[in-house]
Design a protein around this ligand. Structure first.
Ligand code: NAD
Length: 650
């Protein structure tokens, strides 16, 4: 089956890209397009309609080919041939037009899009930039400000926005191909429009390139591709077309061979490969159109919001009517904030909220095939919840816990059928964060696992399967490096130095700023609960405990690892004093840590704990660990993850 088919009908040429699943622009498609241009140049056609078979126009390059030596025909040459065609080529954008796909569409002389189409240049997400004239053509179709947004963010836009910005010329409201035919005939009659490269830049407000670069540098946290994309657009604004095209290609080629792009490709495939056990679970998942949530605090309300926005009905159980009302308000506020941010339409928010029911009786959950518990992190409270659920729920219902640390096997003991119990560890805010740790207990059955997989799919989350241990994959690794950071404090570092090193490496925030934001008291309670089980010879830093004893519980108390009296985080002399006292008590001579030493040590701890997690079978693969640390804990994506970095260093 040819990847590109050519047809002549009704005086028009028809070119269809058919390379399932998403019409990626591999070598065969490029060759097919190249041949199509040649065939149609000699055919008696007045215009050509180019479209994609299936749900995509062209969703991008074939990522497996990136990072290898490019093979002919090269995309820039194919696109130049399309643009040079004697008759107009019309891109009929039936679905996704991303990356190289949008570059193909931009090389055509006109564009018509289905209202459901999505268009974008997401190259920076895999460490590269458009490499076939995308940054030179784009500002000749849309304003430079829009071009900068599209190329440096990598975020796609919808067809309506594409129409308003000038990226497409028309929307095909009804039958796209029929409307493309009409457009082709119009253009055949009126004459071929100039190809993008022959047009002037779209007029717009002048761009302050230095300010743009400064902003982007801050946002991209050490990733270079977004800055190179901006630089390429700046050349497009300033240089003759040929110079800008050659410069873009040069940047594209060196970026494609860069460590950053290799790391981002690793993450791309690791995310798609995550959660293998869920894909293999041969069982019919529970129906998710109605889901129960117990506890409507931070997490329960977030989980309910995610479910409601995905179209499910939610029955939320709280301890009493007042708590139920508070939970409902929390969900309503979260949805309202999403509407205000423009993340969802107001009507979608309203219908989501209308699917929320609250109750105080577990009997209300009986028709929910899945129930997710998100009550206090306390084994006694959770066991009571599961005992009650076991008594009330039909035998086939799947029961999940959102516990962060507790033993899922012990919770499963409270039920007659432990195969229906699993952990579903969401991250806060649950309606935003992409990661879902699906925790498999000793007895968790295939149906429970399949339900975890189906839930991740419904909520568009990335599921990673974790075994039972203290903290599963992510919290366990984080606890390990948090402990080691406290040892570094004892040995001579200060919190702001560790945070600066982490931010310099690419984390959005350092570990102490994060702790201040989420509060120090929960971890304190955990340490106190574990104190009796600690071996006397185990090294233990008392610094965090002393902060809590001094009422320094984080931002909510106006002070934690930092002082917040001014509203900003400032180095706290009291904390420095406590740290120095604890160093002395532990008999340590304080030394100066460089940023590199701090990062090397944090990475080594993450990697050591990651290896243990793998050895013990808690994670299915090293790639899954990278996915957890990147999507759940702010590890910089463009570094590929701690396990990937360890592999590269070998
Ligand atoms: P929270 O204190 O904000 O909310 C807990 C809610 O549960 C409260 O609204 C409380 O009224 C309700 N509740 C308590 N006992 C109940 C019962 N018997 N029946 C019905 N409702 C009951 O806590 P949270 O931060 O939402 O955490 C909930 C769970 O999620 C914990 O197990 C926690 O470890 C886990 N978790 C938290 C986070 C986080 O970032 N906060 C992240 C992942 C997982």
């Amino acid at each position: 089956m040819a990847e590109v088919t050519v047809d002549v009908r009704d005086g028009l040429g028809w070119v269809t890209i058919d390379n399932p699943p998403v019409n990626a622009l591999g070598r065969a498609v490029r060759q097919g397009l190249w041949d199509a241009v040649a065939t149609l140049r000699d055919a008696d056609v007045r215009a050509v309609v180019l479209t994609g078979a299936g749900r995509a126009f062209v969703a991008g390059a074939d990522i497996r080919e990136l990072g290898q030596t490019p093979v002919e025909p090269y995309l820039p040459d194919v696109l130049a041939a399309i643009a040079d065609a004697p008759v107009p080529w019309i891109a009929a954008i039936n679905g996704l037009a991303l990356g190289g796909g949008l570059e193909v569409a931009m090389a055509c002389h006109a564009r018509i899009a289905a209202p459901s189409a999505k268009l974008g240049l997401p190259e920076v997400n895999i460490g590269i930039i458009p490499g076939s004239g995308g940054t030179v053509r784009l500002p000749r179709l849309v304003s430079m400000a829009t071009a900068i947004k599209l190329v440096t963010s990598g975020k796609p836009i919808g067809a309506q926005e594409a129409l308003e910005s000038g990226l497409v010329d028309r929307l095909g409201e009804g039958d796209l191909l029929a409307e493309a035919t009409a457009m082709a005939k119009d253009l055949a009659a009126s004459g071929r429009p100039e190809p993008a490269l022959a047009r002037d830049l779209v007029a717009g407000d002048p761009i302050d390139w230095d300010a743009q670069a400064a902003q982007l540098r801050k946002r991209s946290r050490g990733a270079v591709a977004p800055l190179e994309a901006l630089a390429s657009l700046k050349c497009a604004a300033r240089d003759p077309v040929e110079v800008a095209l050659a410069g873009e290609r040069e940047r594209f080629l060196w970026l494609a061979a860069s460590e950053e792009a290799a790391a981002l490709r690793h993450v791309f495939f690791a995310e798609r490969g995550a959660g293998q056990a869920l894909k293999q679970a041969e069982a019919v998942p529970a129906d998710l159109s109605r889901v129960g949530v117990i506890g409507g605090g931070t997490m329960g309300a977030g989980i309910a919001t995610a479910l409601l926005l995905a179209g499910s009905y939610v029955c939320l159980i709280e301890r009493d009517d007042a708590a139920a009302q508070t939970a409902k308000t929390r969900v309503a506020d979260t949805i309202a904030a999403s509407v205000k941010r423009g993340a969802i339409a107001a009507t979608k928010g309203e219908s989501a909220l209308a699917r929320l029911g609250t109750d105080t009786e577990y009997a209300a959950l009986r028709d929910c095939p899945l129930v997710i518990e998100a009550v206090f992190e306390d084994m006694g409270v959770k066991r009571e919840v599961f005992t009650k659920l076991d008594a009330v729920m039909p035998a086939e219902a799947i029961l999940a816990t959102n516990t962060s640390y507790l033993d899922v096997n012990l919770l499963a003991e409270t039920t007659k059928d432990p195969s229906r119990i699993l952990g579903l560890h969401f991250f806060s805010p649950a309606h935003v964060m992409k990661l879902l740790e699906v925790v498999r207990g000793e007895a968790t059955g295939a149906r429970a696992l399949a339900t975890g997989g189906a839930l991740a799919k419904l909520l568009r989350k990335i599921p990673v399967v974790a075994g039972v241990c203290d903290g599963f994959i992510g919290n366990r690794i984080m606890a390990a490096y948090r402990r080691d950071c406290e040892f570094m404090l004892e040995e001579g570092a200060l919190p702001h130095q560790i945070d600066a090193a982490m931010q310099g490496f690419g984390f959005a925030m350092g570990i102490y700023a994060v702790q201040d934001m989420s509060g120090l008291d929960i971890a304190w309670a955990q340490r106190r609960a574990r104190a009796p089980h600690r071996a006397p010879e185990e090294r233990y830093a008392h610094i965090a405990d002393r902060l809590c004893e001094a009422g320094r519980l984080g931002r909510k108390t106006g002070k934690g690892w930092y002082d917040y009296a001014s509203g900003e985080a400032e180095v706290a002399p009291e904390v420095t004093g406590i740290i120095e006292e604890e160093s002395a008590k532990a008999g340590r001579t304080r030394k100066v840590f460089t940023e590199q030493e701090i990062i090397t040590r944090i990475l080594a701890t993450m990697q050591r704990e990651g290896q243990a997690v793998l050895r013990e079978g808690i994670a299915e693969s090293a790639d899954d660990i990278d996915v957890v640390m990147i999507t759940g804990y702010g590890f910089p994506r463009h570094k590929g993850g701690p396990m990937y970095m360890a592999r590269c260093a070998d």
